[in-house]
Design a protein around this ligand. Sequence first.
Ligand code: ARG
Length: 459
Amino acid sequence: MKLWGGRFQKETDCLVEDFHSSISFDQRLYQEDITGSIAHARMLGKTGIIKETEAELLISGLAGIFKDIAAGEVEFDISAEDIHMNIETLLTKKVGAVGKKLHTARSRNDQVALDNKMYVKTAIKQVLAQLIILEETLLRLAEEHIATIMPGFTHLQKAQPITFGHHLMAYFQMFKRDYQRLQDAYVRTNIMPLGSGALAGTTFPIDREMVARELGFAEITDNSLDGVSDRDYCLEFEACGAISMMHLSRLCEELILWSSDEYKYIILDDAYSTGSSIMPQKKNPDVAELMRGKTGRVYGNLMSSLAMMKSLPLAYNKDMQEDKEALFDTVDTWKKSLLLMSPMLATMQVQKARMLRSTSGGFTNATDLADYLAKKGLAFRDAHHIVGSLVLKCVEEKRDLLDLTLVEFQECSSLIEADIYEAIAIESCVNRRTTIGGPAEKTVAEAIVKGWKWLENLS
Ligand code: ARG
């Protein structure tokens, strides 16, 4: 018989049973469910809603069930619908009729909201820890490559020279924002909904603050309808995941490009590449590609959750059971991706000489030549025009700006003197860009120090 079977005269259709059961996926909430139930039982005993001895029986029974599930000794029952009712059924089997008292002053609606929030809180902490590892990896690599010159790109065309360290520090900033966004989401996830009941609280003299304290929540929710029907914290987590996966996908895309024969900027370690079943010579950046691809499903999770929540009337609706698979998939995909990104970066070989060589041939110092003229008093727009014509000449003659003779330079502008060669040497193009946030070795060193300080001051 169903736990809610009193007013029913017929069995549930077997197709319905399969359709609405969530135990196949929500069993992953067993730890949260049992921890939440133990706190609830303790509160019921403390407030005198049930006897203290009954509460103790419930608590030890729940602890036993926890052990049984963790040991893989429990087979869940699909007809008991979900993890909450499975555990309640197991409890009554274990401790007898007193097990039926656990659900006093509680509904599955506030119970599932509690479990979900506890789950998301843990997931946030895990992702934050992984983001820190990734940030440390990026800082270490940036330190190592603070003077590794490479072309910077816009429109995927060579633009101006930068360093690989500077490029990596751009990703450091992205993952720093991901961290902060998630930290902020944690604040709203850390508000306990238990006590909202089905939708309208309860007539029992429960102590919500006590439960919140025991479970480590900072606050309790202020409205019972909202307490059971809010899934913003899932959406926020999924949105944070979508944005962070977008960052990972951009880095993956670059790793894929850089490891191609056309770029040859990096060589990915064998451990993070795979071969082809037919072409013996192949070494493919599959891990980076898959991560780029999995970004799509993390976006999908956010979209399906938003669509599921759209227009739902207050308060709980069964639609909301659909929150879990999307949430779990984002947790898994995001965590697995972060876990792989750090070692994939740390083990790659950086082809410094090739990166440096790649800065020539694309006129990456053309802006510096225009700046040189502008600093000598020419309007920048006029300087731009002069340099444009010099570039055109070089393109036609298949030469580089640095190959031009002083006479050729001076034919274009009498303002150009012998110091031009130093001024537009690739290294000085980088190291003169000392704007805060710029690519010069000195400014990147400052950014790295700031990055380490930020990491040190966390939590
Ligand atoms: N399995 C349900 C869910 O995940 C639990 C809440 C069910 N509440 C209800 N009134 N049917 O959302």
